[in-house]
Design a protein around this ligand. Sequence first.
Ligand SMILES: Nc1ncnc2c1ncn2[C@@H]1O[C@H](COP(=O)(O)OP(=O)(O)O)[C@@H](O)[C@H]1O
Ligand SMILES: [Mg+2]
Length: 290
Amino acid sequence: MNTLTINNLSLIYKKGYQAVKDISLEITNGIFGLLGPNGAGKSSLMKTIVGLQKPTSGTIIFNGTDVSKDPDYIKQNLGFLPQDFGVYPKVSAYDLLEHMAILKGVGNSIERKSQILNLLEKVNLSDFRKKEVHTFSGGMKQRFGVAQALLGNPKIVIVDEPTAGLDPEERNRFNSLLNEISQDVIVILSTHLVEDVRNLCSEMAVMNNGQILRKGKPAKLISELENRIWSKPIDQNELENYYSSHEIISRQLIERELHITVFSEEKPEDFNAVHPMLEHVYFHTLTQKP
Ligand SMILES: Nc1ncnc2c1ncn2[C@@H]1O[C@H](COP(=O)(O)OP(=O)(O)O)[C@@H](O)[C@H]1O
Ligand SMILES: [Mg+2]
């Protein structure tokens, strides 16, 4: 079992902006979902964990070793797919993996070849190994990104918004791949898509404004909202009134009719009970004042 323990982590960028505020998390094998809107600080937190940013304060302990001051130990055991992994030299998938494997210290050439071929197989790119990566579709590029992250058999894999920009089929394929690799390693997945977290993650945290606002098992967080979520169709022009009198957590057009969903400890008059879902956890968390 691998463990990543983050204690009171903060990151203030040079110009004074605090992107990570006093975050503490305990993460073990399986997929951990970091869910939050754009600008929440997900990438900043991930870059700090992988050692690309030095934390302003706090500690990051990976399998018993403090890596917050010296990230070498986590780097040796890490696979990272950054959000902006996007510049590809004009070389084939195989050659690029070979180059990256050497950089990662996979020194033995026989071992290197067998790892690369296995990984290409795993991410379903064997037939495209001689093609240049810049010609790949979005989904193929992301699967290539996973292959490079898995070089050197990492114990912790961090993927930053990997499904953004993928079509639904590519997204499903990518998510099954993540699920497959998550058995014996820590996978940290950031996303702004509730659906990805619901389908994949055993543990999750909701992040906004640099803070972790809520964390736990998705099913547990959902069950805490039992009998607290209500909805109702309304007229568009009543919306303002409802905003001032209710805690609206989402609004949705269903067959061209506006429905609002609210959080309330008691059943509001004329509203219908709704089975809580992860969306409600997310939006309710984001509407709460810090
Ligand atoms: N290098 C940087 N210098 C200063 N501010 C930054 C830097 N990178 C990100 N930020 C700011 O930190 C906040 C969080 O950004 P980011 O971590 O990219 O969020 P997310 O990945 O959740 O979208 C944003 O307000 C962003 O503008
Ligand atoms: Mg980001």
